[in-house]
Every structure is written in structure tokens, then in C-alpha cells.
Ligand binder design. Structure first.
Ligand code: UN1
Length: 508
């Protein structure tokens, strides 16, 4: 297949060439890549077969066996170079993210910044892969734990953060001594190819002690993802996507006792309390709910507003929804770009219909005419709901914010937690008791709980992930690295006796 060279296809090809992607992406492959910005085709890529994917994993395993013997701080040097290459490529890669996902420019660039940040974090971490020394009950003994490289780390990423989520995994995996095999979303393979080219430059600068095969990108469909999930030489798969995907991937990994880091759906809520700074809350809600066209796993989807402030903030919010600029993120200063595809639009319309049927009042939500008849832009929707009933309890990956009134704090906490997902949450309050209760043991049940900031836009320094149907995995900062290594507990006897633990005697 050879594709029409439209201006956006030409720009994409030029960006890929600049970023160092070899080969012609404009012809020859069966995987069609479209930009959601105009819906025009921008590439045709060849896919790998399941058999080729399996042998690439074998090769990655060989790379791991060499890489695990390179000292941690030296491995950190490779990630430092990757961070440098990403800094140099930020403008082009950010633009490519905007083309391939439809993000507005500052969010495309922000995604690359997130990659640079995690590289910096991982470089420091490469000298801090600490184990504990633990008091032993036996004289003349020492007990400690050591952390060793784990193996090939499989990464399955979603379209909405096509490169940052890969980098959270890859930067940690590489300093931890692992090799990485990455299956990007079929909707966003080009940014993955760009990352592979950027990584190859870092490897070249690093020198000969980086084995071939440290990073493999598998362009392919579900069958290729299944090879990664089922391959015995992949001890950890980190997968980002829907809860439905996680329900398939999780048990398959468990069956062969492989580790899973699952980052699945979110149905994130905010609570606006009587004492909230309403101006601040308004801005945080607007970004959280409408930013990235509602296509972050951390997007704000449910909002509980106290009766006493409802009539002050909700009309203002509705006005913000009515006036927010929607449009082509490459050519205009719009804040809301396109949905990824028609299926996303259809799902949104279905949810809005269901909301109306259940007593919801919808503002916005209609299609926006971008002049490109196959591109799917929408006016973000704000829906006043009488109660937390379907579709509010489900994640719809589109810009819909369901707003509900509350009057009792305990009741709203219970409602907040009464959904399947448990990723991110926030409370807007200046009342210390409310804030602390929200963060407490019987408060928000999410992996991320914020006060006076929105649900999205987490920094890389914290562990990222959530509970319940979000999958329980943690990526990125804090001690998330431990999932990418294996722990050994070592007890060393430097005495001349052999005392047994627990006072057991066994004299032969
Ligand atoms: C995602 O949507 O999968 O916290 C990741 C955020 C970003 C990452 C989102 N730092 O919104």
C-alpha cells in the first residue's frame, strides 16, 4: 500500500526522518496509521508476525543476560544519555505526539517532558537500588537483601500516552538491569518507532557494553501482544489500557506466575466542599475534565458539589464548557483537540443517551465541525445527574463530566468510593478535617488522592497507579522500581558454629 502524500503525511514523514526513523513509512505495510487531527492516513507500517515476535523476545533475553552484569550506575549512564537525546528531540517528538494522538502542543511537549523527568529520576535511582540489612537472631550471622535484575520486561502501552508511559517502564527497567520489549498501541506506532530511534542514538553514544536487543518495538496486533503475555522469558508485563484488557492479561500472567503491573481504567472523582476556593477549583476541574479531550486515565469524570456552593460553581463551569475552544491542535490555539476515532465518539454519544434516560441534563457533547468530515471532534459535555447511576459508574473514555449534589460528607465519601475503578481522586476544601479524612484510611480508596489540585497531571516522582479495577500496579516514582527487580534474602554465617533459627536442634 502506498498512501497519498497530504501535507500532514508529509510532515509526519519529515518528522520521522528527522527523529532518525529509517525506512519508508509511507508505503509497504498493512497497518494503516491515521492522524485523529484530520483522519488522513499518515503511514503504512509492516507488522511483525507472532513467530518473529517470539524470536525477538529470545534475543531480548540474551541482551538481558549481558546487561544484568553491567553495574547499576553504568546502566544509569545509558538512561542519562536517553534523557539527553529526548531533550534534543523534544520539539519533534512532541509534535509527532500531537499529530498521532491529537494532543494540543503544550500537552504533546508535556508528554516528552514527563519522559525526560523519569530519565532523570532513574539516573539517580541507578545508584540507589538499595536492599536492607536486617537484624538476625543468630550470633555471627548477617542477614541482608539484594536486588537483582529480573529479565525481559514487556510493555503494552495505550494510545493516549503513547510514549510517556513506555518511558516510565523503560527508564526503570533499564537501570534495574532488564531488557525491554514494547508493544505500542496499534493506533500510535509512529511515536514508538521514534523512541526506538532516539534510544538507538543513546546506545551508540554509550558504547560497546550495551548489548544489542535492549529495546525491541513490536509493531503488531493483538496476536503479538499475546506472544508477549505468554512468553516464558518475560517475567514481568506492564500493561496500560482498559479494565477489559486487564481482565484478560492478568489471569494469563498469573497462570505462568509472571508479574503484572496493570494500569487500567479510572473513574476519577472530585469533591467540592463548602470552604473550597471556587476559582481554583474551577480551573482544576476544567483542566482535569476537558484536558486531553477527556482521554487520560486520570481524567476527572465525576464531580460531587456541596449544596451550599453548587449554584455558585456549576453555572460557571457550564459557561466554561460552552466557551472552551475546540479545534485542530496543530493549526489553532484550541484547548480541546479530537477524539482518537469514531468508536470513541460513538461511546460518548451512547453514554450521553443513557445519562439523559436516567434523568441527566446534558450541556455540550455534540460533534464539532472541524472541516474534516472523518475527524471526530466534540464539544466537551457536562451532565448534571440526579444520582450516581449508570452511566456515571462506568468509565467512558471521552470528555464527559457528571456533576452531582451532596450534603453529607460521610455519604459523599461512600459515593466517591462506590465505583469499580480506583485510580485518582481529589477534594477541594480549606477545612483541615475534610482534607485529612479524605486522605485517611477510610477516605478515598484510590491510588492517587489529592487536595486542592485536580485528578490528572501527576508528577513522575510519586508511584502512579490505582486500586480495585484499576489493577493495583504502580509505575514511575517512589519504590515502583522494585517490581522490575528480583529480591534475594541472604543470610551469611561468619561464625564457627551452626545455630539454627527458631532454636531448632538437629544434631547428627
Ligand atoms: C495515562 O493517562 O495513562 O497523571 C497516564 C497524568 C499523567 C499520566 C497519565 N502524568 O495525568
Amino acid at each position: 500500500m502506498t498512501i497519498a502524500i497530504t501535507p500532514i503525511a508529509k510532515e509526519t514523514a519529515d518528522l520521522l526522518a528527522k527523529l532518525g526513523v529509517a525506512g519508508n513509512t509511507l508505503s509497504g505495510g498493512e497497518l494503516s496509521v491515521h492522524s485523529p487531527v484530520t483522519r488522513e492516513q499518515i503511514a503504512a507500517l509492516r507488522q511483525v508476525s507472532p513467530a518473529a515476535a517470539a524470536s525477538a523476545i529470545d534475543k531480548a533475553d540474551a541482551a538481558f543476560r549481558a546487561w544484568r552484569l553491567v553495574p547499576g550506575p553504568r546502566r544509569g549512564e545509558l538512561v542519562r544519555l536517553l534523557g539527553e537525546e529526548l531533550r534534543a528531540a523534544k520539539a519533534e517528538l512532541g509534535r509527532l505526539v500531537s499529530i498521532e494522538v491529537g494532543k494540543i502542543p503544550s500537552e504533546g511537549l508535556g508528554e516528552v517532558q514527563e519522559m525526560i523527568d523519569i530519565c532523570d529520576f532513574a539516573v539517580g535511582l541507578s545508584r540507589q537500588l538499595y536492599g536492607l540489612t536486617i537484624a538476625t537472631e543468630r550470633p555471627g550471622h548477617r542477614m541482608m537483601e539484594t536486588w537483582h535484575p529480573l529479565g525481559v520486561v514487556g510493555v503494552i502501552s495505550a494510545f493516549n500516552f503513547p510514549v510517556a508511559v513506555w518511558s516510565w517502564n523503560a527508564a526503570l527497567a533499564l537501570v534495574c538491569g532488564d531488557a525491554v520489549v514494547w508493544k505500542p498501541s496499534e493506533k500510535t506506532p509512529l511515536t514508538a518507532l521514534a523512541c526506538a530511534a532516539i534510544f538507538a542514538r543513546a546506545v551508540k553514544r554509550f558504547g560497546a557494553d550495551a548489548p544489542d536487543g535492549l529495546l525491541t518495538v513490536l509493531i503488531g496486533d493483538r496476536a503479538v501482544g499475546e506472544v508477549l503475555v505468554d512468553h516464558p522469558k518475560v517475567p514481568l508485563v506492564s500493561a496500560t489500557g482498559s479494565t477489559r484488557m486487564g481482565r484478560e492479561v492478568g489471569p494469563r500472567l498469573a497462570k505462568r506466575f509472571a508479574r503484572a503491573v496493570l494500569e487500567l481504567g479510572g473513574n476519577n472523582a472530585g469533591i467540592v466542599c463548602p470552604s473550597a476556593d471556587l476559582d481554583m477549583a474551577l480551573r482544576a476541574i476544567a483542566f482535569g475534565a476537558m484536558g486531553t479531550a477527556g482521554q487520560r486515565c486520570t481524567t476527572l469524570r465525576r464531580l460531587f458539589v456541596h449544596d451550599s456552593v453548587y449554584d455558585q460553581i456549576v453555572p460557571r463551569l457550564k459557561r466554561a464548557y460552552e466557551s472552551v475552544s475546540v479545534g485542530n491542535p496543530l493549526e489553532t490555539g484550541a484547548l480541546v483537540g479530537p477524539l482518537i476515532d469514531k468508536a470513541a465518539f460513538d461511546n460518548m454519544q451512547k453514554a450521553l443517551e443513557q445519562a439523559r434516560a436516567n434523568g441527566g441534563t446534558v450541556t455540550g457533547g455534540t460533534r464539532f465541525d472541524s472541516g474534516h468530515q472523518d475527524a471526530w471532534y466534540v464539544h466537551p459535555a457536562i451532565v448534571e445527574m440526579p444520582a450516581q447511576v449508570a452511566p456515571v459508574t462506568e468509565e467512558t473514555f471521552a470528555p464527559i463530566l457528571y456533576v452531582m449534589r451532596y450534603s453529607d460528607f460521610d455519604a459523599v465519601l461512600a459515593l466517591h468510593n462506590a465505583v469499580g475503578a480506583g485510580l485518582s481522586s481529589s477534594i477541594f476544601t480549606r477545612d483541615l478535617q475534610e482534607a485529612e479524612r479524605f486522605l485517611g484510611a477510610d477516605g478515598s480508596d484510590c491510588g492517587i488522592a489529592n487536595v486542592n489540585i485536580g485528578t490528572s497531571g501527576a508528577e513522575i516522582g510519586g508511584a502512579f497507579g490505582g486500586e480495585k479495577e484499576t489493577g493495583g500496579g504502580r509505575e514511575s516514582g517512589s519504590d515502583a522500581w522494585k517490581a522490575y527487580m528480583r529480591r534475594a534474602t541472604n543470610t551469611i554465617n561468619y561464625s564457627n558454629a551452626l545455630p539454627l533459627a527458631q532454636g531448632v536442634s538437629f544434631d547428627i
